[in-house]
Design a binder for this molecule. Structure first.
Ligand code: ZN
Length: 133
């Protein structure tokens, strides 16, 4: 085994050491840039499709969380303010952790079911149902 292999092995096992059985789901990153007084997330559509949630739902969520008007422009999200750093991704990660990733098996293969007033994250991989929070 070369040093490089060993390094890889180490890196890999530390990724897997979160206690779950399978591979860990990597939350995709939103890629944005500022233009004038706006921030444009250019891969918004692709990223939202990849977590199988409705674009409109994410627009509403981010608009509320970031306290700024937001709109869809084809695949892009337009935020009516300049954002620097990782605030948008931080909010997006909160969303994914709350509404997408299964609390039981940590997989993102879920959908939302409304049970009365409670939103449940229903896992298609392991069958778990957990309230979204
Ligand atoms: Zn699950």
């Amino acid at each position: 085994m070369t040093d490089y292999d060993e390094l890889l092995e180490k890196a890999y096992s530390s990724i897997k050491s979160d206690g779950s059985t399978g591979e860990r789901f990597e939350i995709p990153k939103l890629d944005s840039f500022t233009e004038g007084n706006k921030t444009i997330v250019k891969n918004f559509g692709t990223v939202v499709d990849s977590i199988r949630r409705k674009r409109e739902e994410l627009v509403k969520y981010l608009s509320k969380e970031l306290a700024v008007p937001a709109s869809l422009d084809a695949d892009r999200l337009i935020l009516q303010r300049k954002f620097f750093g990782d605030l948008i991704n931080k909010k997006f990660e909160d969303y994914v952790n709350t509404y997408v990733i299964c609390k039981q098996c940590r997989k993102p293969d879920t959908h939302i079911e409304a049970v009365g007033h409670v939103k449940m994250v229903v896992c298609e991989a392991c069958g778990a149902k957990n309230p979204a929070k």
